[in-house]
Design a protein around this ligand. Structure first.
Ligand code: PMP
Length: 437
């Protein structure tokens, strides 16, 4: 038939769906997933590094021996044995906690959803780093919370900027529900919150009575040093901590968690029950058995080595190929580097041409609630092998070079508007989807 398909249900949706829109970028990513395209877009862990035979045996044994329990409904709060093990994992980042205050969730994405659901009314403010994880922005917007961004630099969130934002919100009589922060190996910025700033940030939020939502899926994936003590490891007041096995084990299991102050934990369990009754008993049992029987800390070291080599490769390739004036962050862990293009080039407008040139990235505007960040992009080095990363950066460099050339050609013509209207500017990504997570 062709033509525009109208949704006949448009006038029936709840107001909160207005913040949910499919993105033109998603359509592009369908093309970007073709094998000839080097994708530096997706934040997919390199699962090939897992001992799949051992995992397979573990699952088979578990089903044989305890299948009747693992395949049954479980507790809304999550498997007690796993909650205890989660406390051992968190102890690696200086957190002392009781398993009673842990709620297991369907990935930390569901934890983001539950926390926002129990705290945010429409119009409430969430403070968040600029840029911020796209999946969290999607969640905040689906609950009609307003995101106010707070700038970062190479040492993470800037305390003075946080203070001004708190002050401004107080003056404007806005209700700030929490500060959302990814202190370690930030998605997408690739930077970490320095140790002195951790205490400053907590002092400021405590002074203004603002809770902190600490999202920490990458904390154990540092390349150069031992894990830093988490914000929740510094205080147990007013901090909700999110963790995940997606990056340290496997995202397909969808097992994450929230550690919340005791009073909040009860509301979270009620919200979780309303959402999924209980987190999957099956995958929780797999994670619990994996932690009990396998050398999981050794596996994290394997992941660190894989990602360190890829980080080195991408930084090297960027330095070698990208034109002068381009800037990028130097991650000390995690999956991402954040690139700022020269001369204000528009990364969103450039994406179709990049995909045509067989390389993909996520445009920076996806990580800003207000659609800014247009001259930035996130590059993920976690998934493609080093030689593909090199090739991807080479291709990206030629796309940027061409873009600069076009700009300098047209810049000579008086009255030429360089706005990239002709290529069709995709909307911002408003939900993570497997390609951008
Ligand atoms: N938070 C951040 C910062 C992330 O990068 C991701 C996944 N990319 C998530 C949360 C969600 O992770 P999951 O639901 O797989 O635990």
């Amino acid at each position: 038939m062709g033509g525009v398909e109208l949704d006949p249900y448009t006038d029936r949706y709840a107001a909160r769906t207005r913040g949910m829109s499919a993105s033109a970028i998603r359509a592009l990513f369908a093309v970007a997933s073709r094998p000839e395209v080097v994708s530096l877009a997706g934040g997919m862990p390199f699962i090939d590094a897992l001992p799949l035979d051992a995992v397979g045996e573990l699952v088979a044994t578990m089903v044989r021996e305890r299948g009747t329990v693992a395949l049954q409904y479980g507790s809304g709060q999550g498997l007690p044995a796993l909650r205890e093990q989660i406390c051992e994992v968190m102890a690696l980042e200086g957190i002392e906690a009781s398993p009673d205050d842990v709620v297991v969730t369907v990935g930390s994405q569901q934890a983001l959803d539950l926390v926002t659901r129990i705290f945010c009314d429409p119009g409430d403010v969430v403070l968040a780093e600029a840029p911020s994880y796209v999946g969290a922005l999607g969640t905040f917007s689906s609950y009609q919370a307003d995101v106010v961004h707070v700038p970062m630099d190479d040492a993470g969130l800037i305390p003075a900027a946080l203070e001004s934002a708190c002050e401004e919100m107080a003056r404007a009589n806005r209700t700030v529900k929490f500060l959302y922060t990814v202190p370690n190996f930030h998605n997408p910025a690739g930077v970490s919150l320095s140790v002195p700033r951790r205490d400053e940030v907590l002092a400021i939020t405590q002074r203004y009575g603002i809770m902190v939502l600490e999202d920490n899926p990458y904390g154990l994936l540092g390349f150069d040093s031992d894990p830093v003590v988490a914000l929740r490891g510094r205080t147990d007041e007013g901090v909700l901590y999110l963790g995940s096995f997606s990056k340290t084990f496997a995202p397909g299991l969808r097992v994450g968690w929230v550690l919340a102050p005791h009073a909040v934990r009860e509301k979270l369990v009620l919200a979780a029950e309303a959402s999924v009754l209980c987190p999957p008993q099956f995958t929780q049992t797999i994670v619990s058995d994996y932690l009990r029987t396998q050398p999981w800390q050794q596996q994290i070291k394997v992941y660190q080595e894989v990602y360190r080599e890829r980080r080195d490769t991408i930084l090297d390739a960027l330095a070698q190929h990208l034109p002068e004036g381009t800037r990028w962050t130097r991650p000390a862990g995690g999956f991402y580097t954040w690139v700022t293009l020269p001369h204000g080039l528009d990364a969103t407008a450039m994406l179709p041409r990049a995909v045509q040139g067989r390389v993909a990235y996520v445009p920076g505007s996806a990580f800003y609630a207000d659609g800014s960040g247009t001259s930035m992009m996130r590059l993920s080095y976690c998934y493609p092998p080093p030689e593909r990363i090199r090739e991807g950066v080479r291709r990206l460099a030629s796309v940027i070079d061409e873009e600069l050339e076009t700009r300098s050609t047209f810049a000579d013509e008086p009255g030429t508007d360089l706005a990239p209207a002709d290529v069709g500017v995709p909307e911002a990504v408003t939900a993570p989807g497997p390609d951008t997570a």
